[in-house]
Design a protein around this ligand. Sequence first.
Ligand SMILES: Cc1ncc(COP(=O)(O)O)c(C=O)c1O
Length: 332
Amino acid sequence: MLAAATRSLSQDRQIGDTGFLWNLISPTQFAEIDFGPDLNVVVKFEGSNPGGSIKLKTALALVANCEAAGRLRPGGHVIESSSGNLGIALAMVCANRGYKFTCVVDPNAAKDSLELIRALGGNLVVVSERDANGGYLGSRIAYIETALARDPALVWTNQYANPANPEIHARTTANEILMTYPEVDYLVVGAGTTGTLMGCLSRFHEVGHPAKIIAVDVQGSVTFGGPSGTRRIPGLGTSQRPPISEAHRPDEVIMVDEAQTIIECRRFARTYGVLLGGSSGSVLAGIRTLQNRIPAGALVVTISPDRGDKYVDTIYSDAWVEQHYPGLLTRN
Ligand SMILES: Cc1ncc(COP(=O)(O)O)c(C=O)c1O
C-alpha cells in the first residue's frame, strides 16, 4: 500500500540547481511527546530547517515552478505575500538563484522575520490597511495585483494558489511521515495557505492510507467557512479562502482559540525546554481537544512548522500576553 510513498526522497530533491539548500533540509526530526498514558503523540519538527521553518521546501518548489513555466528567468524579480516564514525562505532561495525579491507583509509579522528578510537582500512592503474580513491577506494581495499591473516583469509565486505548494509537501513532508510512521492513525496539521495540509491529504489519499487527517485552524480564520475575526499570531488562518484549500476535505477541522495556542507554547517550553512557534502550540491545542475522542493506544502524528525564537516578543512575553489576553497567565 505504501509503495508509492517509499521511493527515494533524493529524487524529489533535484529541483533546479538549488541542491545546496535542499541538502540542508533534514527529513527526520521526529520526537515523541507526553500526552498521557493512552495516547502516543509524535511531533515532526521543521524548525531546524534553514530559515527556521517548514517553508524552505515551499519556497524552493514555488521558485522551481515559476522557472519551469518560463515565467522566471535570470535576473528576475519575485514578489510574494507572507506573514514571515515564507518571506524568509523565498529571500534565501532568491539570493541563491540571483533574483530580486519583494515581500509584502503586514503588522502581525514578527519583527525578527522582517530583519532576516532584509539581511537576505529582500525588499519589504508593510501593508497596514485591513481587508473587508478584518485581516490583511486581501490587502496584501490587492497590493501585489496593483504592483503586477504596474510592472509586468514581476513574478508572483502565489503560495495560496500555486499547486507546487501542496505538491512539494505531498512529495516530501507527507512521504517522510508515511515512511517513518506508516502505522499513523491520526495526522494533525495546521492550516495557513493549506499547502502542508493539502499535500498530506493528497499523498495519504493517493496511497490509500486510512489515517484520519485533522486540520487545525484558529478562530477568526475564514479558510473553512468560519466567521472572520482578529488574529494576532502569524502562521495559521486566513482572511480569504486559499484556492488550493478546495482540493481535498480534511476528516475534521478543529478551530483553536489563540489563547490556547499561547498556553500550549508556554507549557511546552516549561516541560521540554524548547520554544515552539505559535502554529505548533495551535496543533497541540487541537490534539488536546481531540484527546478524549481518540481510541486508547492510537498513534497521532503532528507537524511543528517553526521554532519559537521569533515569538519572544509576543507569545513568550508576559507583557504582550497580559496586554492582549488579560488574566490568561494567572489563570494557567
Ligand atoms: C509558522 C507557520 N505555521 C504554519 C504555517 C501554515 O502552513 P501552510 O501554509 O502550509 O498551511 C505557516 C505558513 O506560513 C507558518 O509560517
